[in-house]
Design a protein around this ligand. Structure first.
Ligand code: GDP
Ligand code: GDP
Length: 439
């Protein structure tokens, strides 16, 4: 699972500048999804092969009194508590402040792995200003300049080294372990996640089975349906209460991110009575960026009239346009409506995400597509698409080899994507197409 790094520090020390540095590499991947609203407080980063998630906690007031500040402080503390490592940013130019001390003592009490970072240190690497931060009791301060990109790599290395566990890429075992589909049910509070899970548990014969390596930090519920084993991964802060589950916590971004990352398939639930909210769009954005398979379901379909239904369908089309590849269902968890087709889609999304695409078939589809419609010439050269092979799974990646492929337009890429999707019946999974030019 990808580790989560939380950035904390008082306002104006340069957290968002640092956040942008740490997450920049990934921006390009999602840039061509129209309508995707980015949640600027969280993003994906990468150092070599290691990937991680960065959360910018915004301003940090550990002991904020009340009202909106109190709520912000609660969310910040929650994000810090759920992160794997904390990067505490201070301002070298401003020196140690009383607020830095408050944050430091909070972090020391928490006992989390923590990296202390002195920002705005350009031209000050040797400065005595750095020494005074030792008094925070968090060890050495790493000088960085977020604005100039200095020291950011070293900071990332320190943060990843501070992790109590190392992020070994998980090998999918053969046989038993492989046949369990990990399913995360994501959505805002009150969309009906616990109701749906309880409905499922109530109507299916519950079969206990051994789950090798249960997901860290999350409860997981084994469930078997028509011979297929599922592991439901909690995103809602569900708690077992007798035979049923109930939501006990408020929405947690970090938990949601972790659950999405560890799932094969994510079910994103929306609430028919609320329409598509900003928070829905943000969660949808997290899912897209994770590359996980996704199925959309609008719950509480029983509670709205025809007009509301039309409005809702339209707002899904526009606000969640970037999830066009996801099947859409209208369900009622309380009335048990639409649940059969939903299961079918979840299974199909899993199969699509883990589909094997043999090189000869990929190459045939590629060459047929080119014959049907050749890529546009760019100046004197026309892209020459030669063959394709599968470069990865979940999400599936297709690597196309040829010459002058840098001239392949986005429109042509989408055309190819459509042809591949049709051939392999890919539904509910993103599909990445990479081009490798050999000369
Ligand atoms: P945040 O409130 O902690 O998120 O801080 P911001 O990222 O918004 O930065 C606050 C101010 O510090 C902005 O004016 C930035 O341009 C400036 N800043 C950020 N990083 C650096 C840096 O490395 N060096 C200098 N000199 N200024 C910086
Ligand atoms: P969670 O926070 O996402 O787990 O949401 P809950 O499962 O606790 O549901 C929130 C509220 O929505 C509860 O009052 C449920 O009874 C109600 N609810 C859930 N599913 C449906 C549904 O299909 N139709 C209607 N009308 N209400 C529902």
């Amino acid at each position: 699972m990808k580790p989560v790094i939380a950035l904390v520090g008082r306002p104006n020390v340069g957290k968002s500048t640092l956040f942008n540095r740490l997450t920049r590499t990934r921006d390009a991947i999602v840039a061509d999804f129209p309508g995707l609203t980015r949640d600027r407080h969280y993003g994906h980063g990468r150092l070599g092969k290691r990937e991680f998630i960065v959360v910018d906690t915004g301003g940090f007031e550990p002991e904020a009194a009340s009202g909106i500040f109190h709520e912000m402080a609660r969310q910040t503390r929650q994000a810090v508590a759920e992160a794997d490592v904390v990067v505490f940013v201070v301002d070298v130019r401003a020196g140690v402040s009383a607020q830095d001390h408050d944050i430091a003592s909070y972090l020391r009490r928490l006992g989390k792995p923590c990296v202390l970072v002195g920002n705005k240190a350009e031209g000050m690497q040797e400065s005595a200003h750095l020494a005074e931060f030792y008094e925070l009791g968090l060890g050495e301060v790493l000088p960085v300049s977020a604005a100039h990109g200095q020291g950011v790599r070293s900071l990332t290395e320190h943060a990843l080294e501070a992790l109590p566990w190392q992020d070994e890429p998980e090998e999918e075992g053969e046989g038993e372990a492989r046949s369990v589909i990990r399913l995360a049910v994501a959505g805002r509070p009150n969309v009906g996640k616990s109701t749906l899970i309880n409905t499922w548990l109530g109507e299916e014969r519950l079969v206990a089975f051994d789950l090798p390596g249960t997901t860290r930090d999350a409860i997981s519920v084994p469930l078997e349906r028509q011979g297929q084993k599922f592991e439901l991964i909690d995103t809602a802060g569900l708690r077992r209460k007798g035979r049923v589950f109930e939501a006990v916590e408020k929405f947690s971004v970090v938990k949601t991110l972790k659950a999405i990352e560890s799932a094969h398939v994510v079910l994103l639930l929306l609430d028919a009575t609320q329409g598509v909210t900003d928070q829905d769009a943000h969660i949808a954005g997290y899912i897209l960026e994770s590359g996980r398979a996704v199925v959309l379901a609008v719950n509480k379909w029983d509670a709205v009239d025809d007009y509301a239904r039309q409005m809702l369908e339209r707002s899904i089309e526009t606000r969640l346009a970037f999830l066009k590849f996801a099947p859409l269902h209208f369900i009622s968890a309380t009335r048990r409506q639409g649940l059969g087709p939903l299961w079918a889609s979840l299974l199909q999304a899993y199969r699509s995400a883990t589909c094997k695409m043999p090189t000869p078939v990929l190459t045939r589809v590629l060459l047929e597509s080119v014959r049907f419609q050749a890529p546009k010439r760019a100046g004197s050269s026309r892209p020459k698409l030669r063959y394709a092979h599968q470069g990865g799974m979940n999400p599936p990646v297709i690597v196309i080899h040829g010459n002058s492929l840098e001239h392949v337009t986005d429109a042509y890429r989408r055309f190819l994507e459509g042809r591949f999707r049709k051939e392999f019946n890919l539904v509910g999974t993103p599909l990445r197409i990479e081009m490798k030019t050999s000369s």
